[in-house]
Design a protein around this ligand. Structure first.
Ligand code: ADP
Ligand code: MG
Length: 249
C-alpha cells in the first residue's frame, strides 16, 4: 500500500466575480502521508476550504490532478467520485452539517443509506445500527444517541459528525476547521479525540485551520501562501518525541 493516501499536483482554481477572474489556488502540490496528522494552515480567505473540497472530490480543479493512492480520481464520473468519497473519505466541517430533524444516531446512520437499495438496508439494519452505536461510543457519545442536534452542545455535535464520518471505515479523515466554532477547551477535547483516533487506530487525518497553535499539534504542516502550499521547514512529533515545537514559516 502506498505511503501517500492522497495527493494533488498543480491544482489551480479561480472563481469569477462580476466576470472578473479571482485566482484562489495557483498550482498547489500536496501529499497526505498515511498514518499521520497533516495540517494545512493559512489565513481566512487563503483558499483552504476550496482546496479541501477539491481533495475530497466535492469540487473539481480548473487544472491539476488528484490521486487517491496511485489512482487518479478528479477526472472520473460524478457517480464514481460520489461512491469513492462515501467509502474512502470521512469529512467533518466547522459547522458540523448535521441534519436537524434526525437524532445523533440517525445522523451517524445517514451515510450508510447512500447508494444502497432499501431491501439491502432493511436486511442489515440491525447490524448497521449496532455499528452506528459503536461509532457513537468511540467518540464518547453513546448516552446522547437519541438527542437531536439542537439538544447537543457544539462539542457533542462535532463528536456526532466525527462518528458519522467514521461510519464507512474511511482511509482518510478530512477536517475543515474542526474546532473553528468551539471554545478553546472544547476545541482541545476534539483535537485530543482526533489525535487518539490517529495514534490508537492509525487513522490518517488532514485538517485545515487558520490557527497556528492547532497546526502545531500536527505531524506535518503545510502553509497556504499566495495560492500555493509550502511545506513548513520543521516538523513536530514524527522526528523525535523531544523535537522542538514546530516553527511555522
Ligand atoms: P478559506 O477556507 O481559507 O477561508 P476559501 O477557500 O473559503 O478560503 O475562499 C478562498 C477565496 O475564494 C475567498 O476570497 C472567497 O471569497 C473566494 N470564494 C470561495 N468560494 C467562492 C465562490 N463559490 N464564489 C466566489 N468566490 C468564492
Ligand atoms: Mg474555510
Amino acid at each position: 500500500m502506498s505511503d501517500i493516501v492522497l495527493s494533488a499536483r498543480g491544482i489551480k482554481k479561480s472563481y469569477f466575480k462580476d466576470k472578473l477572474e479571482v485566482p484562489v489556488l495557483r498550482g498547489v502540490d500536496v501529499e497526505v502521508p498515511r498514518g499521520k496528522v497533516t495540517a494545512l494552515v493559512g489565513r481566512s480567505g487563503s483558499g483552504k476550504s476550496t482546496l479541501m473540497h477539491i481533495l475530497a472530490t466535492l469540487d473539481q480543479p480548473d487544472e491539476g490532478e488528484v490521486y487517491f493512492g496511485q489512482q487518479r480520481i478528479d477526472n472520473t464520473s460524478r457517480r464514481t467520485r460520489d461512491s469513492f468519497r462515501n467509502k474512502q473519505i470521512g469529512i467533518i466541517f466547522q459547522f458540523y452539517h448535521l441534519l436537524p430533524e434526525l437524532s445523533a444516531l440517525e445522523n451517524v446512520l445517514a451515510p450508510t443509506m447512500i447508494g444502497r437499495s432499501f431491501t439491502d438496508y432493511f436486511r442489515s439494519r440491525k447490524e448497521t445500527r449496532r455499528h452506528a452505536e459503536a461509532m457513537l461510543d468511540r467518540v464518547g457519545l453513546l448516552q446522547r444517541a437519541s438527542h437531536k442536534p439542537s439538544e447537543l452542545s457544539g462539542g457533542e455535535m462535532q463528536r456526532t459528525a466525527i462518528a458519522r464520518s467514521l461510519m464507512n471505515d474511511p482511509q482518510l479523515l478530512l477536517a475543515d476547521e474542526p474546532t473553528g466554532n468551539l471554545d478553546t477547551d472544547t476545541g482541545h477535547e476534539i483535537l485530543g479525540l482526533l489525535r487518539g483516533l490517529n495514534e490508537n487506530e492509525g487513522l490518517t487525518i488532514c485538517m485545515i485551520t487558520h490557527d497556528d497553535a492547532i497546526a502545531e499539534t500536527a505531524d506535518v504542516c503545510h502553509r497556504m501562501k499566495d495560492g500555493q502550499l509550502l511545506l513548513s521547514p520543521r516538523r513536530t512529533r514524527t522526528e523525535s518525541p523531544d523535537a522542538p515545537k514546530l516553527q511555522i514559516a
